[in-house]
Design a protein around this ligand. Sequence first.
Ligand code: B4P
Length: 192
Amino acid sequence: MLNLVLFGPPGAGKGTQSEKLINKYNLVHLSTGDLLRSQIAAGTELGLQAKSLMDKGILVPDEVVIGMIDTKLNENPSAAGFIFDGFPRTVRQAEALDTLLGQHNTGITVMVALVVDQEELTKRLLLRGQTSGRADDQNEELIRRRVQEYNEKTTPVASYYEQQGKYVAIDGIGEIDQIFGLICQKVEAAQS
Ligand code: B4P
């Protein structure tokens, strides 16, 4: 079983690379950002609460996203593995993920971090904002707030996996296919 955590700041390329990785390794894609946006689109109570935070660039409460991941793991009992995209974003979420995967007699194989500087992130997100309709991609101040939230609450997750010997980092700037090749190398090294 392959359980991959794709890590990095907003706009690092997690969603972009996940699309390619799920095809190559036959994984189920679990993106908490996408799951939250589908709750918003469906107009649920959870979606309404999440939207008010996401539009400000703030993380939604841990219990909400942990509950969504729990549901998805249970819905896919015979998956060959999972790619976690945008999750875990706090140490509390990382601990919960270990517990949930332990209940399914498995664990995280590797975390691959995409390293991208703030100038490049801002450029990519503003460009996506021109067509995505995502409120959180549409101004520089909001992008700065999301990166700040990442620096404060999410970067400690890297140390969490480093202590378990499961953390690798790669350069996230360059051609999408070239970055994909680097991720595949790390995934295959972690499996051998
Ligand atoms: P997400 O949906 O996870 O948003 P993201 O981090 O911006 O997406 P991603 O990083 O995948 O985008 P990508 O690089 O692929 O989260 C949105 C919000 O939801 C959060 O702010 C938070 O409020 C909430 N949330 C989500 N998960 C949560 C959790 N676990 N806990 C609490 N709250 C949570 O794409 C960016 C752009 O870059 C694209 O346009 C792409 O085409 C481009 N790009 C990608 N690779 C490139 C490359 N190599 N070169 C040039 N451009 C590239």
